[in-house]
Design a protein around this ligand. Structure first.
Ligand code: KG4
Ligand code: ZN
Length: 337
């Protein structure tokens, strides 16, 4: 079964064709970093306008690379939230229109729920193990930091989430504070590689032992206070970046392990844009290996926003009969699906 996944919740326009919820036939992402970079953050109105320009070429390219036409698509999965309203509207309107005109079943996907499904994706010719249920998923993105207990592809319980800033948001804000540019996460990751992670011991907000919620605004304030008190010399920027990154990574790794201890899950999934962070990937792998936990982190291109994860979750929703009406709330049955 071929699913077309469409993602436009934030600043990337993405589309992918995925077979049976896992085999990626194509995945196209059109980034908007060039237009938002000068503002140091996403400008919602500019994002919506760029989505309008990009959506048709991106979907066309995804179909072309998968070597299929729209008539071969069995279902359309589209991000219905959370995200920027104007951005979401573009993907949703496009998906609904194609669904209506071509009579293709439609399902609306929650972006955060879709991130961990990236761990099940396989590219052409690739054979690899995939997570088994129940699993714990650590979802670390620009808008969310959440630990969930996944019972199967479509059902889960929330174990903990951020009470204030998301991890990615903290990366972006600290990068801005240090004058490192946008998007901040990748810049900090790159710079921190040569930095001393113990140059400054920033606060580690654990809340309480065993508490699976997160709070990252304190680390951000600690960096701000330090920058005001002792403005870093240009040669120490890498040490600042590494020290901040280490504080965030310590908390993420420890809480992921606490969540594994607190549940009967055998496998740990880590996904979302921040899961592309090289230090987090390395530290998680080392810790999981020691604990005998199977760790699944998608390659960085499937950690950040993409249409393939939307198609993957959409496939499992459609199989369960979770069709969307054109108001995206009604769940009509679809003749012949
Ligand atoms: O999942 P994602 O692509 O979009 C959202 O759903 O928010 O995540 C974007 C976030 C941004 O905050 C970005 O700075 C962060 O992920 N990010 C990183 C890295 N790559 C992206 N953070 C740390 N290290 C990275 N290598
Ligand atoms: Zn995301």
């Amino acid at each position: 079964m071929l699913i077309l996944g469409i993602e436009s919740s934030c600043d990337d326009t993405a589309a992918a064709v995925v077979e049976d919820g896992s085999r990626v036939l194509s995945s196209v992402v059109s980034s908007q970093d060039d237009i938002h970079g000068v503002y140091g953050g996403i400008v919602p109105e500019l994002a919506s306008r760029r989505h309008i320009e990009s959506i048709i070429p991106v979907v066309d390219e995804a179909l072309l690379r998968a070597d299929v036409t729209m008539d071969k698509i069995d279902g359309i999965a589209v991000t219905q939230g959370p995200g920027l309203v104007g951005s979401l509207l573009i993907g949703l309107s496009f998906a609904k229109s194609v669904s209506y005109v071509k009579n293709i079943p439609l399902t609306g996907v929650n972006h955060i729920e879709a991130h961990p499904l990236a761990a099940f994706l396989k590219e052409a010719g690739q054979e690899k193990a995939t997570p088994e249920f129940p699993a714990v998923a650590l979802i670390v993105s620009g808008g969310h930091t959440t630990l969930i207990y996944l019972e199967d592809y479509t059902s889960y319980k929330i174990l903990g989430q951020t009470r204030d800033d998301a991890a990615g948001e903290a990366f972006d804000k600290v990068a801005k504070l240090l004058g490192l540019g946008y998007p901040g996460g990748v810049v900090i990751d790159r710079l921190a590689k040569d930095g001393n992670p113990h140059f400054i011991e920033f606060t580690r907000p654990y809340l309480a032992k065993g508490n699976l919620d997160f709070s990252f605004s304190g680390i951000k304030t600690a960096v701000l206070n330090e920058v005001r008190k002792n403005p870093p010399a240009p040669e120490n920027l890498k040490d600042f970046a590494a020290s901040f990154q280490e504080a965030v990574v310590d908390v993420l790794v420890d809480k992921a392990m606490w969540a594994m201890d607190a549940t009967d899950a055998k496998d740990l999934i880590t996904a979302g844009g921040v899961a592309g962070n090289s230090r987090l990937r390395g530290r998680l792998k080392e810790t999981a290996d020691k604990a005998g936990i199977r760790l699944f982190i998608p390659p960085p291109k499937f950690c950040s926003d993409n249409g393939a994860m939307i198609a993957a979750l959409g496939y499992h929703q459609l199989k369960k009969g979770l069709f969307a009406g054109f108001d995206l709330n009604a769940r009509p049955t679809w003749e012949g699906f």
